[in-house]
Design a protein around this ligand. Structure first.
Ligand SMILES: CC(C)(COP(=O)(O)OP(=O)(O)OC[C@H]1O[C@@H](n2cnc3c(N)ncnc32)[C@H](O)[C@@H]1OP(=O)(O)O)[C@@H](O)C(=O)NCCC(=O)NCCS
Length: 198
């Protein structure tokens, strides 16, 4: 499937906004290996990689391997597209066993598009969608570095509750343990219904 072409797969396609505003035509669609060429713009950007689990990719081949092995197999992942062009990525990773009532959301956007409300819009779209697709899901959570203020702001704007700081919780890029902020939104939170109607 060509980049930007809408997939006809029912609830797997999500659309919001109009083409009137430059940054309002945001769509989410399944990832494709051919998206790597667009992803290279932010896969090679140190500003973007700073709080991500991965380091900047040294080559297109390394990026293809990462997308094929780590992103595409995830149960719920979408490219964030602006007017059909992939400019970022958003995923939901379900927890298993006795933790299966919850799932974790993660996202990345090319730095050229930061500060325009795009990720907030994508998080709202995903939140409404996963609670509908996975009725067993009670809680969607996000764990964010204490210094990643932009990401914390996204979650606050998308209606998540800041629950507290988890001290020395995560080895960022396998190095020093970082304090992380836990955010969550519940399927029963009233703002989820608001997003569905939005
Ligand atoms: C975090 C990220 C996804 C935000 O995406 P975005 O599309 O720019 O987010 P939005 O425009 O929807 O909202 C960002 C908000 O944070 C604010 N913000 C960003 N950086 C900030 C900072 N250093 N201090 C204070 N506020 C900041 C913006 O002003 C905006 O808030 P506002 O609308 O009230 O002005 C993007 O910066 C990114 O991809 N970062 C790299 C990857 C990453 O960190 N992913 C998250 C891992 S948990």
């Amino acid at each position: 499937m060509e980049i930007g072409q809408q997939q006809q797969s029912g609830s797997q396609d999500i659309q919001q906004g109009s083409v009137a505003d430059d940054y309002s035509d945001i769509t989410l669609r399944l990832l494709d290996l051919s998206d790597v060429d667009d992803f290279m713009e932010w896969f090679t950007d140190e500003k973007v990689a700073k709080f991500c689990s991965w380091d900047c990719f040294p080559s297109r081949e390394a990026a293809i391997s990462y997308v094929a092995k780590n992103l595409i197999p995830r149960p719920w992942n979408r490219a964030i597209c602006l007017k059909g062009k992939p400019i970022g990525y958003i995923s939901v990773s379900p927890c298993r066993g006795n933790d299966r009532c919850r799932a974790e959301i993660g996202y990345v956007l090319g730095s050229k598009y930061w500060g325009k409300g795009i990720t907030t819009k994508a998080v709202k779209m995903v939140t409404s969608s996963v609670f509908l697709e996975w009725p067993h899901l009670e809680r969607l959570e996000a764990v964010v570095d204490v210094e990643n203020i932009g990401s914390q702001r996204v979650l606050e704007k998308a209606g998540f509750t800041r629950e507290g700081v988890l001290r020395k919780y995560y080895l960022l890029k396998g190095k020093v343990p970082r304090d992380m902020v836990m955010f969550s939104i519940l399927s029963t939170d009233p703002q989820v219904n608001y997003f569905i109607c939005d």
